[in-house]
Design a protein around this ligand. Structure first.
Ligand SMILES: [Zn+2]
Length: 105
């Protein structure tokens, strides 16, 4: 499986589209389609039929996935949208390092 540089829980900034410039937390990552769901970004309304969980039915807001190429990771160290490089630690784990401030996150 192809790994991605963005993980669930990361903060990202949207580059393009109606939500360009907006930041949000990554709620879901789909490495297969290279898309992710970002909190508060690309919201759409969905019409729900009444169900047990939602007896009224009606319209709910939810977030549609966007392509990973449309977002940039926001560094928790310098608080800026940044590119990361990967580094290997002593063990086997791969860490991500901010190219701006050299901080790992
Ligand atoms: Zn940084």
């Amino acid at each position: 499986m192809k790994s991605m540089h963005i993980r669930k829980g990361d903060m990202v900034q949207v580059l393009t589209g109606k939500d360009g410039g907006r930041r949000g937390k990554v709620l879901k990552v789909d490495p297969t389609s290279r898309r992710l769901v970002v909190e508060g970004v690309n919201r759409a309304k969905k019409h729900m039929r009444p169900s047990k969980a939602n007896p009224q039915g009606g319209v709910v807001d939810w977030e549609l996935p966007i392509g990973t190429s449309n977002v940039m990771l926001v560094c928790s160290g310098c608080d800026k949208p940044t590119r990361v490089r990967r580094a290997r630690t002593g063990g086997k784990s791969i860490i991500r390092v901010c190219k701006r401030c050299d901080r790992e996150f």
